[in-house]
Design a protein around this ligand. Structure first.
Ligand code: SF4
Length: 327
C-alpha cells in the first residue's frame, strides 16, 4: 500500500517565496513518491481571522492558482478546499468528544499565539480546538505521513494522542500518522527577519518582476557595511542567505561569498544578482499563472476532481467512525 501524505495550507494571505521554498516545493516533490492529499485550510484561517473574513475567498483562489502554477498536478495529487468537505466538521465534532481540554491548553502554539498576536481576540472555542480540527483533517483520509518541521512536532503528537485514544476506546480504525521530518530552508524577508506576511516583508509569488526587483533594492544587508568601500560579512547578511535559499547559481554564491569580504562587489550589484535568481525561479510560475487565469475552467476542474476523490474517502471514514462510536 502506498503511504498517503496529508497536508494543508491556511489561506490567510497570498503565498510568498518563503512558502514556496519552505512548503510548496516539498509538496511538489512528494507527489512523485506518494499518494498526496493537499487541502486549502479555509476553516483554519477562520480561527485567527474570524473578525475580518472579507479576503479569505480571494486568498483561496490565489492559493489555488499558485499551487497549480508552481507544479502541483491535479492528476497526481488530490487537491481540495476544506470547507467544501463538511466531513471535516463531523469528524472534528466526534474527536472533540474524546479530547481532554488540558491537552489543548498545553499546546505550545496556543499560548504563544495568544501572547504574540496583538489586536485579536483569540479566546474562542474554535481557536482552542483547532488542533482537534487538524487531527480530523488527517484522520479523515487516514493519512500516514505528515510533512512537518521540528517545531510542529508537538501538533502532530497531539493528533497521535487523539488517534490512540479513539482506537483504544472504540475500534482501531485510524493509522497513527507519522512525521515526515522536513528541513525547511531559512528564507529571510526584506527586513532580515523570517519572511512572513505578519512582518510585511514578503516577496510574493504574485508580485511582478518590477515589484520583486524594487523589494530587493530595499532589503537590509550586513549592518556594519555602510560605505561601498567597507568590507562586508556575508555570514550575517540576509541577502546572502537569500542567495543560498533560492538558490542563486553556485558560481554567483561563491563570488558573493568572496568579493563581499574584500569589498570587490557592492550591495547594489549583489542584490541585483539575487533579484535575477528570484526572477529566474518565479518566471515559469508567472507564465503558468497567466495561462491559468485565461482558463478558469482548468482551476475549477482541478478542484472538482480533487473534491470528488476526497469525498469518497471521507464518507467512508465517517461511516466507519460513527459505527465504531455507535452513533
Ligand atoms: S555584498 Fe551582498 S552579501 Fe555582502 S553585505 Fe552587500 S548585500 Fe550582503
Amino acid at each position: 500500500m502506498p503511504k498517503r501524505v496529508l497536508s494543508g495550507m491556511q489561506p490567510s494571505g497570498v503565498l510568498h517565496l518563503g512558502n514556496l521554498l519552505g512548503a510548496l516545493d516539498n509538496f511538489i516533490r512528494l507527489q512523485a513518491e506518494h499518494e498526496c492529499f493537499y487541502f486549502i485550510a479555509d476553516w483554519h484561517a477562520l480561527s485567527t481571522n474570524f473578525e475580518d473574513t472579507s479576503k479569505i475567498r480571494f486568498y483561496v483562489r490565489e492559493m489555488l492558482l499558485d499551487w497549480l502554477a508552481a507544479g502541483l498536478d491535479p492528476d497526481r495529487s488530490t487537491l481540495f478546499i476544506q470547507s467544501h468537505m463538511p466531513e471535516h466538521a463531523v469528524l472534528h465534532l466526534l474527536l472533540s468528544m474524546i479530547t481532554p481540554v488540558p491537552w489543548l491548553e498545553r499546546n505550545p502554539t496556543y499560548k504563544e499565539k495568544q501572547e504574540n498576536i496583538e489586536g485579536r481576540d483569540l479566546s474562542t472555542f474554535g481557536f482552542l480546538g483547532y488542533p482537534v480540527l487538524q487531527a480530523a483533517d488527517i484522520l479523515l483520509y487516514k493519512g500516514n505521513l505528515v510533512p512537518v518541521g521540528v517545531d510542529q512536532l508537538p501538533h502532530l503528537e497531539l493528533t497521535r494522542e487523539i488517534t490512540r485514544r479513539f482506537n483504544s476506546l472504540y475500534k482501531p480504525i485510524f493509522p497513527e500518522p507519522q512525521a515526515l521530518l522536513t528541513e525547511f530552508p531559512k528564507v529571510p524577508g526584506t527586513d532580515g527577519r523570517k519572511m512572513s506576511k505578519s512582518y510585511n516583508n514578503t516577496i510574493n509569488l504574485s508580485d511582478s518582476e518590477a515589484q520583486v526587483r524594487a523589494k530587493l533594492k530595499t532589503m537590509v544587508t550586513d549592518p556594519a557595511r555602510v560605505r561601498r568601500t567597507d568590507k562586508g560579512n556575508p555570514d550575517v547578511c540576509p541577502v546572502f542567505t537569500l542567495h543560498k535559499a533560492v538558490p542563486s547559481p553556485q558560481p554567483v554564491i561563491d563570488r558573493v561569498n568572496r568579493e563581499c569580504r574584500t569589498a570587490e562587489i557592492g550591495c547594489i550589484d549583489c542584490k541585483k544578482l539575487s533579484a535575477d535568481a528570484i526572477v529566474g525561479r518565479l518566471a515559469p510560475i508567472w507564465e503558468n499563472r497567466r495561462k491559468l487565469e485565461q482558463q478558469p475552467r482548468r482551476v475549477e476542474e482541478a478542484i472538482e476532481a480533487g473534491t470528488a476523490r476526497a469525498r469518497a474517502v471521507a464518507r467512508e471514514t465517517i461511516a466507519e467512525a460513527s459505527e465504531a462510536m455507535q452513533v
